[in-house]
Design a protein. Structure first.
Length: 374
């Protein structure tokens, strides 16, 4: 499925046209009412088609300042699917077939997704609300496939959509915050279902439901980890495990220093500081529920499950190791301002343009700050 659009670069200049090629256009019509796009703010950049679907010049333009205009949506044709091209629908159905599952578990979602994309193309706009609803389809389908496969293996599982499980959020589409009402709602639902019929919960990540709009929202960066820690706090678990593709938090970037080793223990403050400067650890927002609930978070490796990983807690024994990890920040410049006139003065820092500040180090009569190199 490809949504193609050419929007402003943010300064009124259009992006270059996409190359001309071949594509198949279908008649467009609206989906259901809850699928219709609504007004949102301007979004710059391009949304390109997936590789292997084909090209066509997309003459998209900005309409009103609060929306993005879209000419059409490229849908994979049956011919493309039969020829084995790597289009999303074919890949999804092929995976289901390889796992020996029934494609009916996702067929309804594929039909609804097609109708939604037709509605987007007809309205010629892609709002933040509609975008959140669009990206939710992947999670809803993948969790159903995973739960069905667990059941096939004899591991009883139950699929949950987070927005139906009790994840109540603000209506800030693409970057919603979880509200406190989420915790008792999630705990009540999961505890009740476990008592009635024990099964492994398989929950969609990074999704919620706006408390006013009742529309699907997404939690932004680190949303899937935030979903896990929210459930952990709601259930009062002893430990939350987050599985990544590395053996926990490393002492430095292994692409820079090959002998980097995992850090056994970190505090939430240390992990947040490392994440701020670009380390591949949990996003500070995703650790908030675990921190509030006093629940340790263990980062483990999906490809090396026997590795102990890194445990993130409120406090740790500083006698064993003071330094934890080193983060390399590229394309920055450090500036030093030395002046005795700063002594006893106020408002000096306010006079410094800090729009590009990365770090600030004030001393008695010296001001050192790091800025991004342009």
């Amino acid at each position: 499925i490809g949504v193609v659009c050419r929007a402003d670069a943010g300064d009124g200049r259009p992006h270059p046209q996409l190359p001309r090629g071949e594509a198949r256009r279908r008649p467009l019509r609206h989906g259901q009412d809850h699928q219709q796009p609504s007004a949102g703010r301007r979004e710059g950049g391009e949304l390109r088609r997936p590789q292997g679907v084909g090209n066509q010049r997309a003459r998209c333009h900005q309409g009103a300042p609060s929306q993005v205009r879209i000419d059409f949506v490229i849908l994979p044709s049956p011919v493309a699917c039969k020829s084995g091209l790597s289009v999303p629908w074919f890949a999804l159905l092929r995976t289901i077939d390889e796992l020996g599952l029934d494609s009916s578990i996702v067929s309804g979602f594929l039909d609804e997704l097609e109708q939604l994309l037709k509605g987007v193309a007809m309205m010629k706009e892609l709002t933040l609300r509609t975008r959140d609803y669009l990206v939710s389809f992947g999670e809803c389908m993948s969790t159903r496939i995973f739960a069905a496969y667990l059941n096939k293996l004899g591991k009883k599982a139950r699929q949950y959509d987070a927005f139906d499980l009790g994840f109540i959020t603000t209506d800030d589409f693409t970057n919603a915050d979880i509200l406190e009402a989420t915790y008792p709602a999630v705990a009540k639902r999961l505890h009740g279902d476990w008592i009635d019929d024990p099964a492994i919960p398989v929950v969609t990540g990074f999704l919620g439901k706006g408390w006013k709009s009742c529309a699907v929202t997404t939690l932004g960066r680190g949303g899937s980890d935030l979903t896990a820690t929210t459930i952990g706090k709601a259930l009062g678990l002893r430990e939350i495990q987050v599985w990544k593709d590395v053996d926990g938090v490393l002492t430095c970037d292994p692409n820079i220093y090959a002998n980097a080793v995992p850090v056994p223990y970190l505090t939430f403050d240390e992990a947040a500081e490392l994440a701020y400067f670009g380390a591949q650890v949990l996003h500070p927002q995703s650790m908030r529920p675990a921190r509030e609930g006093g629940i340790p978070v263990r980062v483990k490796n999906s490809y090396n499950r026997h590795a102990p990983g890194t445990v993130i807690t409120k406090t740790r024994d500083m006698r064993k190791s003071i330094l934890t990890s080193i983060v390399l920040k590229s394309n920055i410049t450090m500036l030093d301002i030395v002046s005795t006139r700063m002594l006893g003065q106020y408002g000096f820092l306010a006079k410094v343009n800090n729009n590009s500040l990365v770090a600030l180090f004030p001393y008695s009569y010296t001001l050192s700050f790091i800025v991004r190199r342009f």
